[in-house]
Design a binder for this molecule. Structure first.
Ligand SMILES: *Cc1c(COP(=O)(O)O)cnc(C)c1O
Length: 501
């Protein structure tokens, strides 16, 4: 294996070390960082079977982080996957009827974003030291609900960092909003915007590429970085749980090492499922990656027609973390589909920015064989929650329900003859209690979120997770709301840059 470095999907800017790529977040040409090679782990799968999450993480991550010392990687892993997670497996698999759920919501904020965002601040701290950086890192993040809280938890109190989160004021669940606006830590800033997630994400990207602002920032010894899933430091840790899920099925004796399985992934920004694609390229026996969308079904259309078209109205659904029309990480998949031809990727991205759409050619479309795309309507989603509850007395959240519904459509298309399938379960049902409980029984509409949480606990005989129980009655600390055109001004105010205006 050659030394792994990082380059932009759009071809400019040369090669960077892992630490430099993680610190930068996004490449100067607007592209996303990708490794020069996808490494095959030295250790064969059968020797990984008995590894715990941390050891497995080390063996998967080390090849991607070649300018990190072994001790540094281990320290990052140990600080990330500790008692913050309320399950010793970190990401346990549970079997219900004929499917498996890989529960990625046992971290502090009850969504899968914790899997990567509990380690990203560790990477950034180590990277800053390595690059002898003496400026403060300002994490700027747009969130559709879950990234924001997970990033706030990860960065709160981390010296040398400030974190600013923009969320769509009307586009997140009540619990998600409560989690963010009650965030403590004197380096945390949370701002609602009058707009949707795509507005927030576009605004943040604009601030990142604002040369004038960057100059003002260096004058006060600050630099921006990103905690969004475009950061390669978020993508890589997500590969680990695909291996971990697979190996648990081996340990359960449900599959033999080497047997192919499917993963169904509730998808928004295409970060989670892309990590699955990396896992497959690293040799994990994955047959199909089933991409599940909600009614914002841009990816479903893309996989089925080869046309990516964001020109459509944005729909607010009960799976808000997937309410996205521009799936940023798809750019990385295109890069591989086009055999790393960065000029074509740049051209497609220019078309997306300019005309709002692009089409891949038939030759490339044929290479999408690893993926199946399906979508779930709001009714399908509610039905999936109810069905799993009735059959298994197991409550899934709205995002996981989109994936379950997609799995059922896939199985039907395959006439039941499909490989064993793991559904990636991305959030605790407690986090979306109102919509989840209403799906089980419309009669629950009468109750408020906190009453429903208690009812859910009673129904499932499970304890209310700490991150939720503590919310009731917590004081609101952040109450700023701005228009999408005021985002830059808010950042300048926070960083004390207003005198430059
Ligand atoms: C972020 C999120 C998703 C979508 O993941 P992507 O990596 O953006 O595709 C799905 N479900 C939940 C609960 C999330 O928080």
């Amino acid at each position: 294996m050659d030394k792994i470095l990082y380059k932009s999907t759009r071809g400019k800017g040369g090669l960077l070390t892992a630490s430099a790529a993680i610190l930068k977040g996004i490449a100067d040409d607007g592209g996303l960082f990708v490794p020069t090679e996808i490494p095959i782990p030295e250790i064969p799968l059968e020797n990984m079977i008995n590894m715990d999450y941390k050891s497995l993480a080390y063996h998967i991550l080390k090849d991607y982080l070649q300018d990190f010392e072994e001790a540094e990687i281990c320290e990052c892993i140990n600080n990330a996957y500790d008692e913050k997670f309320d399950n010793p497996e970190i990401a346990p698999v549970v079997k219900k009827s004929d499917v498996y759920f890989l529960e990625l919501f046992h971290g502090p904020t009850l969504a899968f974003k914790d899997m990567a965002l509990s380690i990203l601040p560790q990477f950034l701290k180590a990277a800053a030291k390595k690059q002898k950086l003496d400026s403060d890192i300002v994490i700027l993040t747009a969130t559709s609900g879950d990234t924001g809280k997970a990033a706030l938890e990860g960065f709160a109190g981390v010296s040398g960092t400030k974190i600013i989160v923009f969320f769509p004021e009307k586009g997140v669940s009540e619990i998600q909003k409560m989690q963010m606006v009650t965030q403590t830590g004197n380096n945390t800033y949370v701002i609602g915007i009058e707009g949707n997630f795509d507005d927030a994400q576009t605004g943040v990207k604009k601030i990142f590429s604002d040369k004038e602002l960057q100059k003002d920032m260096s004058a006060v010894n600050c630099m921006f970085s990103s905690a969004n899933s475009i950061n390669i430091g978020r993508l890589i840790p997500q590969i680990v749980y695909y291996f971990h899920g697979y190996l648990q099925l081996c340990r359960m004796g449900d599959i033999k090492v080497g047997e192919e399985i499917n993963f169904t992934v509730p998808t928004g920004n295409f970060g989670n499922i892309l990590a699955g694609y990396y896992a497959k390229k690293m040799g994990l026996p994955i047959r199909h990656l089933i991409c599940a969308s909600n009614e914002n079904k841009v990816l479903y259309d893309f996989f089925n027609t080869g046309v990516y078209d964001k020109k459509r109205s944005f729909i607010t659904t009960m799976s808000p973390s997937m309410d996205i029309l521009v799936s940023s990480n798809l750019e990385r998949l295109l890069f591989y589909l086009y055999d790393e031809d960065s000029s074509t990727v740049s051209e497609l991205m220019a078309q997306l920015a300019g005309k709002g759409a692009y089409t891949i050619n038939d030759f490339v479309k044929k290479k999408l064989v690893d993926f199946y795309g399906y979508y779930a309507s709001e009714e399908d989603t509610a039905e999936a929650i109810k069905k799993v509850y009735i059959n298994d007395r197991y409550i899934i959240d709205t995002h996981t329900a989109v994936a379950f519904s997609a799995y059922e459509k896939y199985r039907k298309q395959k006439c039941g003859k499909c490989a064993k399938t793991v559904i990636i379960s991305t959030a605790s049902p407690y986090k979306f209690a109102a919509d989840v409980m209403k799906s089980i029984d419309p009669g629950y509409s009468e109750l408020n979120s906190f009453q429903l949480i208690k009812e859910m606990s009673r129904l499932t005989n499970t304890e209310i997770p700490k991150g939720i129980k503590d919310l009731e009655g917590k004081p609101v600390i952040h109450n700023t709301v701005c228009s999408k055109d005021e985002m830059k001004k808010q950042v300048e105010k926070i960083l004390g840059l207003t005198r430059f205006q």
